[in-house]
Design a protein around this ligand. Structure first.
Ligand code: NAD
Length: 352
């Protein structure tokens, strides 16, 4: 039995994570959840969106299934934690969001986001099958900003050889393991010659050690254009943190939207699974959010702990429900609610 810390999160988070529980239970997946409060409700109750109980649970389980958590736009919102750092000494650190805090504090250095077409999910493209490897620990996305006088602000983009090499090595090893053929490194090294230049050079050096995998590079703006024109020609994408965030949503749009894009954050001794989407405040509480992205994130989690059979069964049941198109949410062309979609998958699993 795998114990998993469950963070239902904010907005549509509780709806889509409860859908996951329905499906995992019907599959008989050997998973036991420890639900913990994090996000806006934790902030109201405990004065922080990430109370120590969250880290205590993760220290036991080393596995997290996380619903999205809300972050205000602008202002000076920070999530503060007081915990032992990499040197073992307790220190106080703060980050721009709950998700970034968890990724940084848990050492989850890569964000893995598979993007592919599912049967009957309306999309402008077919045959898209891409894996995004996003560096998860540095770059502009860690939100290291400061005000410069009254009328200006700056953000620091730090890129290191160590973090670039770590994510590149993970990406190439992953591609080799699953029999994929090509990695495209996205960058802006024509302008950001030192930072993106270092990421590109380091990733290319790692790539030279993997003669079975083709390495190519694209300036990230041209990459976005080509992804829209011919997404089926891409295989693995290796990106820094901010470009990885933006390209992930673009890629989700190629296969039917944010409702269908799962993700995993992986570190040396801990992993956290979460969908690409956020809290979707516009549809929260209405039972219309698509639970697919969260269910597929749980499938990634099952594969990570080698529960391949449960993972395959769930993915097949999901595909069967999609193929019938009767009990799917409206973003993928149906009229069913979040829970009805999950129960239809559960039904398929029970009758299989
Ligand atoms: P969003 O992903 O929440 O929503 C963007 C659009 O996609 C909305 O129209 C929404 O309705 C739709 N959408 C998202 N998920 C869907 C689903 N499962 N089914 C159907 N439609 C879906 O992005 P946003 O509006 O920019 O962000 C809202 C909040 O979420 C912000 O506070 C943001 O910081 C947060 N966020 C959190 C995470 C995380 O916790 N990892 C990730 C992204 C955004």
């Amino acid at each position: 039995m795998h114990r998993v810390t469950l963070i239902p999160g904010d907005g549509i988070g509780p709806e889509v994570t409860s859908a996951v529980r329905v499906v995992l239970e019907a599959a008989g997946a050997p998973v036991e959840f420890e639900a913990v409060l994090s996000g806006q409700e934790a902030e109201r109750q405990a004065g922080t969106p990430l109370p120590p109980a969250v880290f205590q649970s993760i220290a036991r389980t080393k596995l997290v299934l996380k619903g999205p958590t809300y972050t205000p736009f602008g202002g000076n919102y920070r999530v503060a934690v007081e915990r032992p750092g990499p040197d073992g000494k307790v220190g106080r650190r703060s980050y721009p969001s709950v998700a970034i805090t968890l990724r940084k504090e848990l050492g989850l250095f890569v964000n893995l986001r598979p993007i592919k077409n599912y049967p009957n999910v309306p999309s402008r493209y077919q045959d898209v099958d891409i894996v995004i490897f996003r560096e998860n620990s540095e770059d502009l996305y860690v939100g290291n900003e400061r005000q410069v006088g009254d009328g200006a602000a700056e953000a620091i983009k730090l890129i290191t050889r160590a973090a670039s090499e770590r994510v590149a090595r993970f990406a190439y090893d992953y591609m080799r393991r699953v029999g994929r053929r090509k990695i495209t490194i996205g960058h802006k090294a024509n302008v950001l010659k030192l930072t993106d230049g270092l990421f590109l050079k380091t990733a290319q050096e790692v790539g030279r050690e993997y003669s079975d995998i083709v390495t190519e590079q694209r300036v990230v703006d041209a990459l976005c254009m080509e992804l829209v024109i011919k997404p089926e020609t891409y295989d693995g994408l290796l990106l820094t943190n901010l470009y990885g965030d933006i390209v992930s949503d673009l890629a989700a749009g190629l296969v039917g939207g944010l409702g269908v894009a799962p993700g995993a954050n992986i570190g040396p001794d801990c992993a956290m699974f979460e969908a690409v989407h956020g809290t979707a405040p516009d549809i929260a509480g209405k039972d219309i959010a698509n639970p697919m992205a969260m269910i597929l994130s749980a499938v990634l989690m099952l594969r990570y702990v080698n529960e391949t059979q449960s993972a395959d069964r769930i993915e097949k049941a999901l595909c069967d429900v999609l193929a019938e198109k009767r009990k799917v949410t409206r973003d993928v062309g149906g009229t069913a609610g979040t829970q009805a979609f999950a129960h239809a998958i559960a039904e398929k699993l029970r009758s299989a």
